[in-house]
Design a protein around this ligand. Structure first.
Ligand SMILES: *Cc1c(COP(=O)(O)O)cnc(C)c1O
Length: 364
């Protein structure tokens, strides 16, 4: 019987059932983490990190401008101010050399995003955070299966968040996880995730009633979703093999074309192993970005741009502030980046078709 049918036949469809335990067990093992709590999304896991850090209005959180809105939203919801730092031109990750200048007495955390699953410079970032006594949170939505100097992404931050949204390598439609690398946070995290109650302790027989103890919300996914997630996590190696095959085919097949057309391919430093989360090209400018996307659409290939800078977004202007140096690289990259289709089910023939379609584009 498939796991979904099994989950339904067991009749345990709310959160924290048998499949939730299985999926979080696999995650803990993959990351070497003490605690992995499944959540309804990465967005919600990020909201939990903001509650766990006791962020107060006016506290500051340094993060990249080149990221998904949830990275910032989760902290803005608590009244904290996202401080947007520029990205490195090579990996497109937050530039660690720009972080320290933004630290103030109100800085409470540095949130990193490993873009495309290629690690940020975690040695430098951990050192800066340690010296200033601020927490590191990893928004590891792209990074499951990636590593930095042999250590898994998601294991560096005091907390890390995972996404199992349908667009991610491992997915259950909508889902996420909060990974805790600090055992002191585990008991409170469990309470925040259960509407601010000690219901989890109650079900383990550790208390005879459960009560309202803290702020929190309903962050548990249904065990039906956890069943799909368990199946995906058990097939992780197969999924990754396919994704790497597509990524490598693009990288090799487009190398000469890119080099002779002033197009940049992804940069993966030697001490990083990436999980083939996405494949992108950096075109010379906005005109070429739009023209390549249109050209590929004409050839039946769906390609897309990616993050629009948060520091210039309407809500970014209202709730956050850019780093003093601004984010010029982020602005340029957003106008140049094109993502190619990448999923485990993309056949060799279709991958070759995508490559052919890109090769037939003439840079203007
Ligand atoms: C996908 C993504 C999220 C949000 O994930 P959800 O599970 O959809 O909430 C957050 N941050 C980054 C970097 C992402 O790519």
């Amino acid at each position: 019987m498939g796991y979904l049918a099994e989950a339904l036949s067991q009749g345990f469809t709310s959160g924290d059932g048998p499949f939730t335990r299985r999926a979080s067990g696999i995650l803990r093992e993959m990351l070497g983490a003490g605690t992995a709590l499944l959540t309804t999304s990465c967005t919600h896991a990020l909201e939990m990190t903001a509650i766990l850090l006791d962020l107060q209005p006016g506290d500051e959180v340094i993060m990249p401008s080149f990221t998904f809105v949830s990275t910032a939203n989760a902290f803005a919801l608590r009244g904290a101010v996202p401080v947007f730092a520029d990205c490195r031109p090579d990996t497109l990750n937050v530039d660690e050399r720009l972080i320290e200048a933004e630290i103030t007495p109100r800085t409470k955390a540095i949130v990193v995003v490993h873009y495309a699953g290629v690690s940020c410079r975690m040695d430098a970032i951990t050192e800066i955070a340690g010296r200033h006594g601020v927490a590191v949170v990893e928004d590891n939505a792209h990074g499951l299966g990636g590593s930095y100097r042999g250590r898994p992404l998601g294991s560096f931050g005091r907390m890390a968040t995972q996404s199992f949204h349908a667009t991610k390598n491992v997915q259950c439609g909508e889902g996420g996880a909060l990974v805790l690398n600090d055992p002191d946070l585990a008991a409170r995290a469990e309470i925040i995730r259960e509407k601010g109650t000690n219901r989890s302790q109650f079900f383990r027989g550790q208390t005879d009633k459960y009560r309202w103890l803290d702020i929190g919300s309903s962050y548990l996914p249904s065990d039906i979703l956890a069943a799909q997630l368990t199946a995906q996590l058990e097939e992780f190696d197969t999924i990754q093999l396919r994704r790497h095959a597509v990524w490598n085919a693009y990288h090799k097949g487009l190398a000469d074309w890119a080099a002779s057309n002033e197009v940049s391919q992804p940069v993966v430093p030697d001490d990083c192993a990436h999980p083939a989360h996405l494949y992108y090209l950096l075109l010379p400018d906005l005109r070429n970005q739009q023209a390549l996307i249109a050209h590929l659409a004409e050839h039946g290939v769906q390609a897309t741009f990616h993050y629009q800078p948060l520091h210039t977004a309407p809500a970014g202007l209202r709730y956050g502030r850019p780093a003093a140096a601004g984010c010029p690289t982020t602005e340029k990259v957003a106008d140049r980046l094109v993502r190619l289709p990448l999923f485990a089910g993309l056949s060799e023939t279709d991958t070759a078709r995508v490559i052919e379609a890109v090769l037939s584009y003439e840079v203007i």
